[in-house]
Design a protein around this ligand. Structure first.
Ligand SMILES: Cc1ncc(C[n+]2csc(CCOP(=O)(O)OP(=O)(O)O)c2C)c(N)n1
Ligand SMILES: [Mg+2]
Length: 326
């Protein structure tokens, strides 16, 4: 059983993830963001459950819906916000925007907008960890849609052969853009594919943060002990549209959205802690208010921070032609 302090910490972190998405949406509407949003609202228990079970030395690779993974793994909110706004003090000096940043100081290999590309990156990092004997475990987050990319199959097969210390966390939120899993995946649970790669695949409730935590801990211990990869299919749901400009309806029924909102991962842990008398309703409100006000401060600072200067346009460009300028 997890301590109350640990569960409160996870609750606070889930609120932080949600507040961040709400702030990004507000900024997107004001055209203050660099690029679009891919809201993580509704899926918070996956990022928080997984990252809370990892050790600081462990590594994470993520995808386009990656702000939650970044925060849960320890990103600095100010630098993250700056990157989302294309500002100089962002993790990629404002060049990558919210889909492209990484920082090894907190074990974040990076996220990418190329669907499926996260998986070979994480698998390669797991091979490196195995060769170094470092006992690091690598997590690859991916969506259900990514499961149909060829490179994912190649990487998972490789992980199975080499018994790599990697955990594939598939966030099955039932849709890839507007396409439902029923239309794109021939089997009911994509976790069944893990058997074909020679490692264990489990289907779990991705809105239960304590369960996600426990399953990740078990998979990480197995990976560290040389037991190889694990695939966790976390059943969850994105509350919002695929990206900022998508209302999220049309291809999804209103009742379906409402039903999943009732299964809110934050509400679930909050109510459990209150029922156990480990948290008061007032305490929850205070916790929540503190998170939102911290984020307001961070946003204010980020909005006042510098934009990248023209002189730096060619910095960090590794391949460029020496001819044709002028
Ligand atoms: C290689 C590639 N193909 C297509 C796209 C366009 N695209 C962006 S997100 C997305 C859907 C991904 O769905 P899923 O993996 O389930 O993640 P979710 O958006 O549901 O979190 C697609 C097809 C892309 N970015 N990269
Ligand atoms: Mg999906």
């Amino acid at each position: 059983m997890l301590s109350t302090a640990k569960r409160e910490e996870m609750l606070r972190m889930m609120i932080k993830l949600r507040a961040f998405e709400e702030k990004l949406e507000e900024l997107y509407q004001k055209r203050a963001m660099y690029g679009s949003t891919h809201s993580y609202r509704g899926q918070e228990a996956v990022a928080v459950g997984v990252c809370s079970a990892l050790e600081p030395r462990d590594l994470v690779a993520s995808y386009h819906r990656g702000t939650g993974h970044l925060i849960a793994k320890g990103a600095d909110l100010y630098r993250l916000m700056c990157e989302c706004m294309g500002r100089l003090e962002g993790y990629s000096k404002g060049r990558g925007g919210k889909m492209h940043m990484g920082d090894m100081s907190f074990g974040f290999l990076g996220n990418t907008g190329t669907v499926g590309a996260t998986v070979p990156i994480a698998t390669g990092a797991a091979l490196a960890a195995q060769l170094r004997g470092s006992k690091e475990v690598v997590v690859s987050f991916l969506g259900d849609g990514a499961m149909n990319q060829g490179v994912v199959h190649e990487a998972m097969n490789f992980a199975g052969i080499w018994k790599l210390p990697v955990i594939y966390v598939c966030e099955n939120n039932l849709y890839a853009m507007t396409v439902s899993v029923e239309k794109s995946i021939a089997i009911k649970h994509v976790a069944e594919r893990a058997k074909g790669y020679g490692f264990e695949g489990k289907v779990i409730d991705g809105n239960d943060v304590e369960l996600v935590y426990a399953e990740t801990l078990e998979a990480a211990e197995k990976g560290r002990a040389g037991g190889g990869a694990t695939f966790l299919e976390c059943l969850t749901y994105r509350w919002d549209g695929h990206f900022g400009g998508d209302p999220g309806t049309g291809y999804r029924r209103k009742e379906e959205i409402e039903e999943w909102k009732r299964r809110c991962p934050i509400k679930r842990l909050k109510e459990k802690l209150i029922a156990e008398k480990n948290l008061g309703a007032g305490e929850f409100d205070m916790m929540s208010a503190a998170v939102y006000s911290e984020l307001d401060e961070v946003t204010k600072r980020a909005l006042a921070s510098p934009m990248p200067a023209r002189e730096f346009d060619l910095d960090s460009i590794y391949a460029r032609s020496e001819v044709g300028h002028g």
